[in-house]
Design a protein around this ligand. Structure first.
Ligand SMILES: [Zn+2]
Length: 114
């Protein structure tokens, strides 16, 4: 269960990054969030929703990947600049003149992606 959709999305992306898989958003609205693996024929998906009379997001269906990755991902399409900005917001505000190179290094160290 997740307090917000943002937290649910972050959990899904962390899972995608740790398993070297890429998810595409299938449905994203105020009560439903469904992502699927980008690989054709792979059943992997995550379905989260806000049940009636509820305020928290509940994940009701998680199907793991069965697709084979041909080579290691060095960049991850789900790790967007928006997500990085959200995750590193406090640091960026505190350090004021943080250079792009520092952010790139921090991303590489923490998530192992370029
Ligand atoms: Zn897959």
């Amino acid at each position: 269960m997740f307090d917000t959709k943002k937290k649910l999305k972050y959990a899904v992306i962390k899972w995608a990054m740790s398993t070297q898989r890429v998810f595409r958003t299938h449905i994203s609205n105020p009560t439903n969030y469904i992502v699927k693996c980008v690989e054709t024929g792979c059943p992997a998906k995550v379905h989260g929703h806000v049940p009636k009379y509820n305020i928290q997001w509940v994940v009701t269906n998680v199907v793991p990947s069965n697709c084979v990755r041909k080579n290691l991902l060095v960049r991850h399409p789900n790790l967007t600049s928006t997500l990085i900005a959200q995750l590193m917001y406090t640091e960026m505000v505190e350090k004021k003149n943080m250079e792009a190179k520092h952010i790139q290094t921090a991303v590489k160290v923490r998530w192992n992606y370029n």
